[in-house]
Design a protein. Structure first.
Length: 254
C-alpha cells in the first residue's frame, strides 16, 4: 500500500476535524534536529548505554524519571573504575555500620556506586530525576552521602572527583544519557534494573530508544538537559505547589 505524504495526511485530518490547525509549523515549532542513530531495544540498553557510561572519561549526564537500586555485573565495569569504587571501601563500610544500605552482591555492583567511581576518577556525573529514589537506591545514597565530607576533603587536594550530583525536578520525565558530550541515548528506559539494567530478557521492561553520535543531536539533547538542570523553567512553573525546593540537590561522594 502506498503511504500518503505526511503533509497530505495532516491536511485531510484537519479537514475531518481530527487534528487542530497549529499554524505554520516552521514558525510555531522549535527547530527540528535530526541525524543518524541506531535503534536500541531490550537488553541492548545494557550493552550499548551502560557499557558506554562505565567507560566514560569526561562526563555523564542522565535524565530519568525513576532511580532504583540498579545493579551492574562487575565484569562489565572497567578495572580502573572498579578500583575507584573500592578505593573508599573503608569509609563506606564505616558508614554502613552507622545504618546505611548495601552496595551490591558479589558479582554485581550498584550503578550509583559505579557513577561514584567515575566521579572519583574526575568524571563529571550529573543525574536529573523526577521521582523519589527507591529504598534500595536511597540506601546507597545515604551511605555515599555519609562519606561525602571525606570525598570533598580528598577532592581539595586532587585525590578524588567532586562526587555524583543529583537534582530532582517533579516535571522531569525524559530519558536521556549523554556520555562525554559525544554520544547520547534518547528513549524510554529509566535508571532501573528493568530499564537500563541487567534484568533477564524475560523479566525486563519492553524499552526502546536510539543511540547516536551525531554532533547536532548530541549537542541539542545536552542543551536541553542543561536548561532543566540550571533551572531555566523554574520561573513561572505551574507545579510549584508540589515542588517546595526547586531542583533539590543531593551530592554523593565519589
Amino acid at each position: 500500500m502506498r503511504v500518503k505524504p505526511r503533509a497530505k495526511q495532516d491536511a485531510q485530518l484537519r479537514g475531518l476535524g481530527g487534528m487542530p490547525d497549529l499554524g505554520d509549523p516552521v514558525v510555531s515549532s522549535p527547530r527540528v534536529v535530526s541525524g543518524e542513530a541506531a535503534l536500541v531495544w531490550g537488553a541492548e540498553h545494557l550493552e550499548r548505554v551502560i557499557d558506554a557510561v562505565c567507560g566514560a572519561r569526561v562526563s555523564v549526564a542522565v535524565m530519568t524519571a525513576d532511580v532504583k537500586g540498579m545493579l551492574v555485573p562487575v565484569k562489565r565495569v572497567p578495572a580502573r573504575v572498579m578500583g575507584a569504587v573500592r578505593a573508599s571501601e573503608c569509609e563506606r563500610r564505616k558508614a554502613r555500620q552507622r545504618g546505611g544500605g548495601r552496595f551490591g552482591r558479589g558479582d554485581a555492583v550498584a550503578m550509583l556506586e559505579v557513577m561514584g567511581g567515575l566521579a572519583r576518577l574526575g568524571v563529571e556525573v550529573r543525574v536529573l530525576h523526577g521521582g523519589v529514589p527507591s529504598r534500595a537506591a536511597g540506601g546507597v545514597m545515604s551511605v555515599s552521602a555519609a562519606s561525602a565530607k571525606t570525598a570533598q576533603a580528598e577532592s581539595a587536594v586532587g585525590g578524588a572527583g567532586g562526587g555524583v550530583v543529583m537534582r530532582r525536578c517533579v516535571r522531569q520525565h525524559a530519558k536521556l544519557v549523554v556520555v562525554d558530550a559525544a554520544a547520547a541515548y534518547i528513549g524510554s528506559a529509566n535508571l532501573t534494573g528493568a530499564g537500563l539494567g541487567a534484568k533477564a530478557e524475560r523479566n525486563r521492561n519492553f524499552e526502546m530508544g536510539v543511540w547516536t553520535t551525531d554532533a547536532a543531536m548530541v549537542d541539542s539533547a545536552l542543551e536541553k538537559f542543561n536548561a532543566v538542570w540550571e533551572g531555566e523553567f523554574c520561573d513561572g512553573c505551574g507545579r510549584r505547589e508540589v515542588c517546595p525546593v526547586p531542583l533539590e540537590e543531593v551530592r554523593l561522594a565519589g
